[in-house]
Every structure is written in C-alpha cells, then in structure tokens.
Design a protein around this ligand. Structure first.
Ligand code: IMP
Length: 208
C-alpha cells in the first residue's frame, strides 16, 4: 500500500521553474502549502542515477533530508526513438551550463538529419519522499515513485513560446500543435508530468 500524504507542507525539490510551476498548477486543488527547494536555499544533488526513477529518488531524498519536510522531485526528459532514447536522462545536460534549449533542440534536429522516424516521448518520474527520523543521518526516508509519459513526434523548426525545454519541437499524439503552442492548462491535461501526477495523487493524496 502506498503511503498517504498527510502533511500540510510539501517541498518541490526542483530548481527548474517550468517544472515547479506545472507541478504547482496540478496540485493546486489539494490546498497544500508548497515551498520550492530554491526558496529554502537547498542545493542540487548530483544526478548520478541511470534512470529517471533513480534520479527522482536522489533529488527527493536529498531535499527531504535537508528540509526535514516531505519532498517531491521530478526527473524527466525527452526520449527520441531514432536516437535510441537520447537525450533521455541527459536532456538538461544537452542544453549545456547555459541551459540553452535553442541549442539543445538544434542538437536533437542535427542528430536526426537523414532519419525519417521522428517519434519521441516525454517521460517523467516523480518521487515523493518523507524524511526519516531526525536522529538518523543514515536513514534515507520513505519514497513512493510514479512514472508518466506522453508519446508524439518532433517538428522543425520549433514553434510556440509557452512551456519550457523541448516543448516547441514536440507535438503530442492526436494533436497538431506543439506543447510550446499550447496554453498551460491544455499541456497540463495531457503531459507526462500530468500523467505521473495523476498516478501520485490517486495513490497518495486521495482519501479512501
Ligand atoms: P532534469 O529532470 O532536471 O534532469 O531535467 C529534465 C529536462 O528535460 C528539462 O530541463 C527539459 O529540458 C526536459 N523536459 C522535461 N520535461 C519537459 C517538458 O515538460 N517540456 C519540455 N522539456 C522538458
């Protein structure tokens, strides 16, 4: 049985404002006070995991440990079929230290040159972690992890200035516009993050 969330405060363990905004929009109906890792001055741990789930867990555990509060972390990225799932867990790193997503999208497009398969998916792992007892520095706390995805295809040139990251080149299945062209509420209804959040809310937030 997943552990139920019964606190009234939650740390969003992300320094990515786009992610933090979307998580806050999706959790708004639950009336929980949200604090960001940046507001608390928490550092960012190194993402040494091999999967989205591992990295989400690393970030949530670190934030819960440092803040002594429950923490929710998101690790997500773009997986391109013809690139064997790249950039995947390296999606942020493809944008370089400047976090230049224009350059990251160029890099994806160049890697795809000559290929006709333009299928891609966004994947999101969310880890909700409760801090361990205050006296146990070794304990890692308890984590629940949920994964969501949205399948679609990539277009070029990028279109739209909503959202963040690779949104302007991603068209979700069944749609003709990119995430970058969608109003936030429309993206939030179908995105990988919304999918993962729905699973998390169903398991940990809804009262039976
Ligand atoms: P990380 O989870 O901090 O390693 O970074 C994930 C990266 O994946 C972000 O910096 C974005 O580049 C990309 N990404 C994740 N979710 C989205 C999304 O909803 N739209 C566009 N790009 C995303």
């Amino acid at each position: 049985m997943p552990r139920k969330f019964d606190a009234d405060r939650l740390v969003i363990a992300s320094h990515n404002q786009g992610k933090a905004r979307e998580i806050a929009e999706c959790l708004a109906p639950f009336g929980i006070a949200l604090t960001s890792a940046a507001d608390l001055g928490l550092g960012e741990p190194e993402e040494t995991g091999a999967t989205f789930r591992d990295n989400a867990r690393i970030k949530a555990v670190a934030a819960a440990w440092l803040s002594r509060l429950p923490a929710l972390a998101d690790d997500s990225g773009l997986a391109v079929a013809a690139l064997d799932g790249a950039p995947g867990i390296h999606s942020a790193r493809w944008a370089g230290p400047e976090r230049d997503f224009g350059a990251a999208m160029d890099r994806v497009e160049q890697a795809l040159s000559g290929k006709t398969d333009r299928r891609a998916s966004f994947i999101c792992a969310l880890a909700l972690c409760w801090p361990a007892g205050a006296d146990s520095a070794q304990a890692k706390g308890h984590c629940e992890i949920f994964e969501g995805r949205v399948d679609g295809h990539l277009v070029w040139p990028p279109r739209g200035d909503h959202g963040f990251g690779y949104d302007p080149m991603f068209v979700p299945g069944g749609h003709e516009v990119t995430f970058g062209e969608m109003e936030p509420a429309r993206k939030n209804a179908i995105s990988h993050r919304a999918d993962a959040l729905r699973r998390l809310v169903d398991a940990c937030f809804r009262k039976d």
